[in-house]
Design a protein around this ligand. Structure first.
Ligand code: S3P
Length: 171
């Protein structure tokens, strides 16, 4: 199996986009953020898609997009927090790259997100967020690598990834 990309997964607010951008720069690879790509293609924000067309529609847009990206090479892909949950998506993602999960506890995440919360799935308060976070951990834990970002800034996460992927992927 060829794994010529890096796929970042993890709960909302774990830093997939910031880490992905900086990692891509360091590797001199392209960067793609699946949420941003869907927004660009549809001309709507993720919240707008959820509001106007529902989550199911957003999820099918995600699958269509990652199918289109699966033959790419030397790409760092930051996925949405829900992308790896669909078994079909997991199969596509793990076929295309090494899967790296960014971990943070729910309270750290909520602290990081603070008041600039534009995520449609994080509007129901702490308990609902924790429930969602808990239910997703078994999936995130299936990644090839797990990076605990709790005490790390973006550069430190990137450094840890660089160290850990050495020898596991063609750079
Ligand atoms: C979602 C995470 C969001 C976005 C959408 C749904 C999720 O992406 O795809 O709001 O189900 O966890 P981020 O993880 O980049 O915030």
């Amino acid at each position: 199996m060829k794994r010529e990309n890096i796929v970042l997964i993890g709960f909302m607010g774990t830093g997939k986009t910031s880490v992905g951008k900086r990692l891509a720069k360091k590797l001199d690879w392209d960067f793609v953020d699946t949420d941003a790509a869907i927004e660009e293609i549809s001309g709507m924000s993720v919240s707008e898609i959820f509001r106007k067309h529902g989550q199911t529609r957003f999820r099918s847009e995600e699958t269509v997009l990652i199918k289109r990206l699966m033959n790419d090479k030397k790409k760092v892909m930051a996925t949405g927090g829900g992308t790896p949950l669909k078994p079909e998506n997991w199969e596509i993602l793990s076929g295309t790259g090494i899967i790296i999960s960014l971990y943070a506890p729910i309270d750290t995440i909520l602290e990081r997100i603070g008041t600039k919360n534009d995520r449609p799935l994080l509007r129901e308060g702490r308990e609902a967020a924790q429930e969602l976070w808990l239910s997703r951990q078994p999936i995130y834990n299936q990644a090839d690598l797990i990076i605990d970002t709790t005490e790390l800034d973006v550069d430190e996460v990137v450094d840890e990834i660089m160290q850990k992927i050495e020898g596991r992927i063609e750079l």
